[in-house]
Ligand binder design. Structure first.
Ligand SMILES: Nc1nc2c(c(=O)[nH]1)N(C=O)[C@@H](CNc1ccc(C(=O)N[C@@H](CCC(=O)O)C(=O)O)cc1)CN2
Ligand SMILES: Nc1ncnc2c1ncn2[C@@H]1O[C@H](COP(=O)(O)OP(=O)(O)OP(=O)(O)O)[C@@H](O)[C@H]1O
Length: 208
């Protein structure tokens, strides 16, 4: 499949997936979010992870706030990204409380750089939780189309190679957002798994 075709297909899929996710009941979403956070916390505990990158949910995304609070209790580091619209990149910030957030690009609550200074380029999270509109069980994901997480994934792959440390990439998804196959392109990030309210589904193929 050539790129322009996939691009159009992605745009159409995005509209459908966004309205499907928006249609999920807000109270259910909250319950499912808490259940998914529980699965992530179990993983963090089991694997003794110390540096976790989350996102602050907007629109109808799965809400990670109970996980972030749990991390703070356990003295695990919480890292949150801030969008740099020019160049579509993200800076990483250590977040110690929700009070360090301000409305940023796209109306997303993002770390205020005055309250949560950006971390060094060489900081590598052990676990990255990735937001999205839809996911599949083969590591595929569809986002809002900025390519932010795709670029970030590339950057982290380079850092992982340099440092020898591995980062785990998990999509954060409601069961209802899991599709048979989301349209993908060469540059798209490949997740190691997806966490939902029901379970963590690891991708079958070995990590590349
Ligand atoms: N909570 C959260 N934070 C995040 C992301 C995310 O998906 N969720 N991002 C993950 O990348 C980045 C922000 N990316 C975004 C990219 C586009 C739009 C957006 O509003 N796009 C328009 C138009 C899209 C189009 O023209 O196709 C829209 O959806 O209406 C929002 C966020 C960084 N931070
Ligand atoms: N690593 C990269 N380097 C340069 N451009 C990229 C890279 N990754 C993605 N892009 C560009 O960014 C745009 C959006 O990519 P894509 O449709 O995959 O976004 P997405 O993964 O859905 O969005 P997001 O990660 O922001 O949620 C495309 O035009 C693509 O060419």
């Amino acid at each position: 499949m050539d790129a322009p075709y996939v691009g159009q297909e992605k745009a159409k899929a995005r509209a459908v997936y966004a309205s499907d996710r928006n249609a999920l009941d807000p109270e259910e979403r909250l319950r499912w979010s808490i259940a998914a956070c529980r699965h992530i916390a179990d993983l963090v505990e089991r694997e003794r992870l110390r540096v976790i990158m989350a996102y602050v949910s907007f629109r109808s995304e799965l809400d990670l706030s109970t996980l972030m609070q749990w991390c703070w209790q356990k003295d695990a580091q919480v890292i949150v990204p801030k969008s740099i619209v020019e160049g579509r990149s993200m800076t990483l910030h250590r977040l110690d409380s929700f009070a360090q957030l301000r409305a940023g690009a796209y109306g997303i609550l993002e770390p205020d750089p005055n309250l949560a200074p950006s971390l060094e380029e060489d900081v590598v999270p052990e676990l990255v939780l990735v937001p999205g509109l839809a996911f599949d069980r083969n590591g595929g994901r569809l986002g809002y189309g900025g390519g932010y997480y795709d670029r970030f994934w590339q950057r982290m792959s380079d850092s992982n190679e340099r440092s020898g440390k591995q980062t785990l990439w998990l999509g954060a998804s409601f069961e209802a957002q899991i599709r048979d196959e989301v349209p993908g392109e060469e540059h798209d990030l490949r997740l190691d798994g997806v966490v939902t309210e029901a379970a963590i589904y690891w991708r079958a193929a070995p990590h590349r």
